[in-house]
Design a protein around this ligand. Structure first.
Ligand code: NCD
Length: 308
């Protein structure tokens, strides 16, 4: 049966763990997967800028032996002529076995999924969610901590518009004993629908603060994020808020020795490059982990669709 992944909750906790196990197997035995998707095609439709997400989907499909066809900007596709997402999805279904789509509008991936005849993977829809970044985050957390429960997770920066944050909260709220420290400027707090429908719904403890340094000692994971300039209504607000948090080595003085520092990237100013060589910096490992999890997800969805 054709199945799409629009939100991280489209995958059960058990399925997330199975994807992690597949990714670990791919890492250990890459040759076993080198022809798994021979002659299958992935379409990447990216109507918003991307380096990692698009390239990791494409690298993932190549490493599975498949092919990639691609639209890398709205301006180079019929979207510029006014074609609807629904028509684009129907069209691309004629060429590809699976679609990964990024779009500036919340809900666009859902519209694509309901109109496509092949599985659609949401590669980020506006400020809403970004489930495959969460897959990258989960494999990173797993490889660093060997567990998904009993963790104190600090999320820092733009928690309002940061779609990766919303998806990660959703995923980690399903495991017992996790708590969140939500660190942001007043204007960029986690949206109330996420607090109501996810954190309160699952009785997950959380605190909101503006102060990164005083939260630091208790954190097992620190997830830094970029202030999402493209989602601001005016440039002055962005300029005022953009450097709210800059992680520098002195701010890690009181951090745990086994803290894991994550960032979905791109980084602008949020993490000083002086931290890159700290063994706690995991953000480039996270990039690589994203490719393995996308391989695992492509395989799963193509198998379920009966394409493999
Ligand atoms: C993130 C995104 O696009 O939401 N990037 C990514 O996919 N790794 C984060 C961001 O753009 O800040």
């Amino acid at each position: 049966m054709k199945r799409s992944v629009i939100d991280i909750v489209d995958l059960s906790a058990q399925e997330l763990e199975e994807l992690v196990a597949t990714a670990e197997d791919i890492i250990a035995n890459p040759d076993k997967y080198a022809h798994a998707c021979d002659r299958k095609k992935l379409a990447t439709l990216f109507f918003e800028p991307s380096t990692r997400t698009r390239m990791s989907f494409e690298a993932a499909m190549y490493e599975l032996g498949g092919h990639v066809i691609s639209v890398s900007s709205a301006m180079s596709s019929s979207a510029a002529k006014g074609e609807s997402v629904a028509d684009t999805a129907k069209t691309v279904s004629c060429y590809a076995d699976i679609i990964a789509m990024r779009h500036p509008k919340e809900g666009a991936a859902y519209v694509a999924a309901t109109n496509a005849s092949v599985p659609v993977i949401n590669a980020g829809d506006g400020g809403h969610c970004h489930p495959t970044q969460t897959l990258a985050d989960l494999l990173t957390i797993w490889r660093e901590k060997r567990r998904f429960d009993g963790l104190t997770i600090g999320l820092c920066g733009d928690l309002k518009f940061g779609r990766t944050v919303h998806s990660l909260i959703n995923a980690m709220s399903r495991y017992p004993g996790n708590r969140f420290v939500l660190i942001s400027p007043e204007e960029l707090k986690v949206p109330s629908y996420v607090k109501r429908d996810v954190l309160k719904q699952h009785n997950v403890p959380y605190v909101q603060t503006t102060d990164l340094e005083s939260a630091m000692p208790e954190l097992d994971i620190l997830y830094m994020t970029r202030v999402q300039r493209e989602r601001f209504f005016n440039e002055e607000d962005y300029l005022r808020l953009k450097d709210s948090y800059i992680l520098t080595p002195d701010k890690l003085k009181n951090a745990k020795q086994d803290l894991a520092i994550l960032h979905p990237l791109p980084r602008v100013n949020e993490i000083s490059v002086a931290i890159d060589d700290d063994p706690r910096a995991c953000y480039f490992k996270q990039v690589l982990n994203g490719k393995f999890m996308r391989m695992a997800l492509i395989l799963k969805l193509l198998k379920e669709a009966g394409t493999l």
